[in-house]
Design a protein around this ligand. Structure first.
Ligand code: IVH
Length: 713
């Protein structure tokens, strides 16, 4: 099913930039770079992506297009310059003999045909292609000498990767000794390591069971479980204990050979040859004489991919003849003789049963579509996000509509369209609620915002529970052993109403406590009772949280507009809670990047006697109410001999950034000159500076680029 053709998308991206000035472009480049770096880290280092590959590709394409339009703004450490991947600690690093490149990719038939036209033009003749499945796993490069597996290395950053030989040797489908005798003395074979869907389901279920037994809450378990087979395979391959790897039944398909001695004239023959030496080569590959055959292969597997026992995310199309491959050569990042066609996320068709509305921690209302259960990408989907009233309007949703659902990054599926031809003539248009579903207060929608809010902050139960959930969350007080479900149970039982009540709880009160919880995925009510061990864990977690630094305590309070960054700034400026509580609006607003609206929120919060009382009780319970100065502040000579000019605004103050430079041996200067080593360019940096830096060819660094420099020097 195709809803937004790629052509439209490309045009949209281009037309978005056509009226951008340098300043706007720089801002956009910074934001995209930062976000892509974070996603790279989530994907490669943590093996826990939060967005789908498609979404990532779109962001990357957007950045690429912007950099092409404004080449001088492209940052030296841009994610577009990265072959992909990150190297993990704890493994020996090995340099690849042949760099592990990535493939150019496309989602459109038109671009695929352009790939063929380009090839034909360069070669002066038509060429054959081999179509293979694009397995969704991790690339591996394995070296064989005299028929023996001697080393297996991950892609890493494309230039060097992790030596994971011991782990790879546990994979049954990768031969340690080759069969036959006509293999080259030394060669490298590349392929993809993956986990079958069934193994993934089984192991994730086992992991869930064991975490449940340890007393972990559903929500925290959901965070710990692997999102998809690719993550699980990646997490497994990076384990230090090969025995554990062996238990996890990884599998592999091999798809490319690098050898100094010729093996065959074509890629197709070399795949057949590899199979004879004992390698597991997928059965699903095909020699195609022209683009019609290539397209037929792509269409065939778009239908059949859900029947495969493993996940694929597209098809790889490679020029078959090696001489032709050589003639076409490589760009800096990818071979010109191959491309991958990526499938769009799978969609399913189902019926809209009803729309329910959830009230969040901030009072924000989220509409959720309850659907007739349908299988999508191997799992049953019953609910989908609708985001806000505008989204419902955009989709023009009517009661009992037949809707198309799509999975974005294995997280919560979304509705991407409506089959209007199936709509009942008398179906009523969905109207948005006007009263809070929990406390019946009239909802508000602030000017310029898309979300509706329940303004009854002080009494609306989900908002109170939400505040408590925020308080205990990982980035705030990080109270181990206590999760959202228990907090909600304790609240509904009347044991806690504010954060301060948490620290008065006792093991006796909690031990054996029974309460009900609602499973958000299916709305079912479940009875739970706290075991002694869980009760102890909660009390221990609460005690441990008394060491959480002041800035996080401040963030944990959940004062509107006081996020982590603002909390950090306030803590650094005022040093303790008393100073902050007694500061007036002007004093607060004068802090760099705080401003009047935040100051207004803070003074209003502290003017409320109930809030002051809670803070006093928290202080009595022993929570940190002042900044502790760390005498061992990290100092190094990492940046010694280098000069920096800090310009624009950053997530931390300019002074903090400058201090960081000084503390690591660097020197801050105030103007651009030829001798300047780095210009750290933040948001809102003047265009003049940028121009001058460009003329003098000064290296530009984004904030994250600087942090990387610091981390890697
Ligand atoms: S060929 C130089 N073939 O896709 C050619 N790659 O985006 C190297 N992949 O890094 C790759 N299935 O991890 C090739 N049949 C296949 C593939 C495949 C999955 C992965 C591989 C590669 C990435 C490129």
């Amino acid at each position: 099913m195709q809803f937004a053709s790629d052509k439209i998308l490309t045009i949209e991206i281009r037309s978005l930039f056509c009226c951008m000035n340098q300043y706007e472009a720089k801002e956009k480049i910074d934001t995209l770079t930062k976000s892509l770096k974070r996603h790279n880290y989530d994907y490669y280092t943590l093996s826990q992506p939060v967005i789908s590959d498609t979404e990532f590709d779109l962001l990357l394409k957007e950045l690429e297009a912007l950099e092409n339009e404004f080449p001088s703004l492209a940052l030296p450490d841009s994610p577009t310059q990265k072959v992909g991947g990150d190297i993990t600690k704890n493994f020996i690093q090995v340099r690849h003999r042949y760099p592990m490149l990535s493939l150019g990719n496309t989602y459109s038939e038109e671009e695929l045909r352009e790939f063929d036209t380009r090839n034909q033009k360069s070669l002066g003749s038509a060429c054959e292609y081999v179509c293979e499945l694009k397995f969704d796993g991790l690339a591996i490069s394995i070296t064989y000498e005299n028929g023996l597996l001697i080393r297996a290395v991950t892609r890493g950053d494309g230039v060097q990767g992790d030596d994971v030989t011991a782990n790879v040797k546990t994979i049954k489908s990768i031969p340690q000794t080759l069969t036959g005798d006509n293999y080259p003395d030394r060669f490298e074979i590349r392929g993809e390591i993956f986990m079958h869907r069934k193994t993934f389901d089984k192991l994730n279920a086992q992991l869930r069971e064991s975490l449940l037994k340890q007393g972990m809450e559903e929500e925290k378990i959901a965070e710990r479980l692997y999102k998809n087979p690719r993550n699980f395979a990646s997490g497994t391959l990076k384990l230090q204990d090969s025995k554990e790897v062996a238990k996890r039944s990884l599998d592999a398909f091999l798809y490319f050979i690098y050898s100094d001695e010729p093996i065959a004239d074509t890629h197709y023959e070399s795949l057949k040859q590899a199979a004879k030496w004992g390698f597991r080569v997928s059965d699903h590959f095909q020699l195609c004489k022209n683009m019609e055959e290539v397209w037929a292969f792509i269409k065939k597997y778009d239908k059949e991919r859900s029947n495969l026992s493993y996940e694929i995310d597209g098809v790889v199309i490679k020029v078959n003849n090696y001489l032709q491959q050589e003639e076409l050569g490589f760009t800096a990042k990818t071979p010109r003789w191959a491309i991958s066609y990526k499938y769009k996320a799978e969609t399913a068709v189902t019926l809209l049963n009803e729309i329910t509305f959830q009230v969040g921690r901030t009072g924000a209302i989220t509409p959720v579509a309850n659907l007739k259960p349908v299988i999508l990408a191997g799992t049953t989907v019953k609910r989908a996000s609708l985001y806000n009233a505008d989204e419902i309007e955009r989709l023009d949703l009517h009661e009992s509509d037949v809707v198309f659902v799509e999975k974005g990054g294995e997280i919560i599926p979304k509705i991407v369209g409506v089959d209007k031809s199936k709509r009942n003539l008398f179906a009523k248009k969905i109207t948005y609620i006007t009263l809070c579903p929990e406390c019946k207060t009239e909802l508000i929608r602030k000017e310029g915002e898309v979300v509706h809010y329940c303004p009854n902050e002080a009494n609306c139960p989900p908002q109170l529970i939400g505040k408590l959930e925020h308080f205990i969350s990982r980035r705030a007080m990080n109270i181990d052993g206590l999760g959202g479900e228990t907090v909600s149970g304790l609240f509904r039982k009347g044991l806690i109403q504010s954060y301060a009540d948490l620290y008065d709880l006792t093991t006796d009160q909690l031990n054996g406590l029974e309460f009900e919880t609602r499973d958000e995925t299916n709305g079912k009510i479940r009875k739970r009772s706290l075991k002694e061990k869980s009760a102890e864990n909660i009390i221990n977690g609460l005690n441990a949280s008394k060491k959480v630094p002041f800035e996080r305590v401040l963030f944990a309070l959940g004062i509107r507009m006081v996020g982590e960054t603002v909390a950090k700034k306030l803590a650094a400026h005022f040093g303790n809670m008393q100073n902050l509580m007694h500061a007036d609006k002007e004093q607060i607003a004068s802090i760099h990047e705080i401003g009047e609206r935040i100051a207004q929120q803070l003074t209003a919060y502290f003017a409320d006697a109930e809030n002051v009382e809670i803070i006093n009780r928290l202080a009595k319970s022993g929570l940190q109410m002042q900044v502790l100065v760390d005498p061992n502040e990290v100092r190094s000579k990492k940046l010694s001999g280098k000069t920096f000019l800090v310009s624009g605004t950053f997530s931390i103050s300019r002074d903090e950034l400058k201090k960081l430079i000084e503390n690591n041996g660097g020197r801050n200067v105030n103007s651009i000159s030829k001798s300047l080593d780095y210009l750290i360019a933040g948001e809102k940096m003047g265009p003049e500076k940028l121009k001058k830096a460009e003329e003098l060819k000064i290296q530009l660094l984004s904030e994250s680029g600087f942090m990387d420099l610091l981390a890697n020097s």
